[in-house]
Design a protein around this ligand. Structure first.
Ligand SMILES: Cc1cc2nc3c(=O)[nH]c(=O)nc-3n(C[C@H](O)[C@H](O)[C@H](O)COP(=O)(O)O)c2cc1C
Length: 301
């Protein structure tokens, strides 16, 4: 059978399909369950130095072609999550700790606390975070640069930067991340969005607005991957609307070093295995390797 194991920022993964941040990554047991179900690596829920309760509900609503969420980054804090990391480690796949903060100091503090992970993913892209967190960081290029540089100076493990879906700006944000030492970029976080209940005339989410995920955002994410792959030397890890092996193949053709899956898990815990077997069968049929497929959408005709 074709081998689709690969290496991403020095981490060996048996399959390029990983769990996305914030979806079923809230305990060590759930991270382990996802790893056992076939994920090549797992990303934790975003964690900060201080615990946070997140936004009032409703926090999640299903819409056409996806989900809207405004969780508000609830988390028990990095320190309180360390026991969960121990439990997750038994799964035997790389564990990536997603961290949050408002500035270089907070990010570096969180990064040091999670320094036992295999890599860090800096969440500078959540569209519904509390003031000063998440995507607001990307409106200040100097702040983004400062955060990436400072985290890189604080830990020895690879640092991935998770970017917002700003189609016109994402390349610029990727270049800032790369210049300041990021080992990879992850694209994309959810797309700012909202829904209104026409019976009450009120926004449905407790936070009024939130982030859209699922199939609706796949073409946006694919373009971000394509543009980032063209502009950067560091790997691009893709996330957004991936719901089957065909989607994963499309992203790898656009240049993805690996893919992450979030929303599609809501009704399919077997998705990682399906992506793995689907990619293997496709490559066998085409007589191609995973590496040869990566980025072929960029070839000159
Ligand atoms: C319920 C929910 C919670 C999420 N929590 C986080 C989070 O804590 N940190 C983060 O970086 N992204 C978070 N995300 C964004 C996902 O990691 C992913 O970028 C996005 O959902 C697009 O992928 P998908 O279409 O496969 O869901 C969350 C998404 C959902 C639906």
């Amino acid at each position: 059978m074709t081998d689709i194991s690969t290496e991403v920022t020095g981490l060996k993964v048996r399959s390029p399909a990983m769990l996305a941040a914030g979806v079923l990554g809230t305990t060590g047991t759930s991270l382990r369950r996802i790893a056992v179900s076939g994920a090549g690596a797992v990303v934790t829920k975003s964690l900060g130095v201080q615990p946070s309760e997140g936004h009032p509900g409703p926090n999640l609503v299903e819409v056409d072609c996806g989900f809207l969420n405004a969780m508000g980054l609830p988390n028990p804090s990095c320190a309180a999550f360390l026991d969960e990391m121990d439990a997750a480690r038994e799964a035997g796949v790389p564990i990536i700790a997603s961290v949050i903060g408002r500035n270089a100091e907070e990010f570096s503090g969180a990064a040091r606390l999670m320094g036992g992970a295999d890599a860090l993913e800096l969440n500078v892209s959540c569209p519904h975070a509390e003031r000063g967190y998440g995507a607001s960081i990307c409106s200040d290029p100097d702040l983004l640069a400062d955060i990436v540089r400072s985290v890189k100076g604080s830990v020895k493990i690879p640092v991935w930067v998770k970017l917002p879906p700003y189609v016109d700006k994402i390349t610029e944000l990727g270049i800032i991340s790369e210049k300041n030492g990021a080992d990879a970029v992850v694209a994309i976080n959810t797309v700012p969005a909202m829904a209104i209940d026409i019976n009450t005339g009120m926004p449905i989410l407790g936070n009024i607005t939130g982030g859209l995920s699922g199939p609706a955002i796949k073409p946006i994410s694919l373009k971000c991957t394509y543009d980032l792959y063209k502009a950067l030397k560091i790997p691009v890890i893709s996330v957004g609307g991936i719901a089957g092996w065909e989607d994963a193949v499309e992203f790898i053709m656009a240049g993805a070093a690996a893919v992450q899956v979030g929303s599609a898990l809501h009704n399919n815990i077997d998705i990682f295995r399906e992506i793995e077997t689907g990619i293997k069968a496709y490559l066998e049929e085409k007589g191609m390797t995973l590496e040869a497929m990566r980025g072929i959408a960029h070839r000159k005709t």
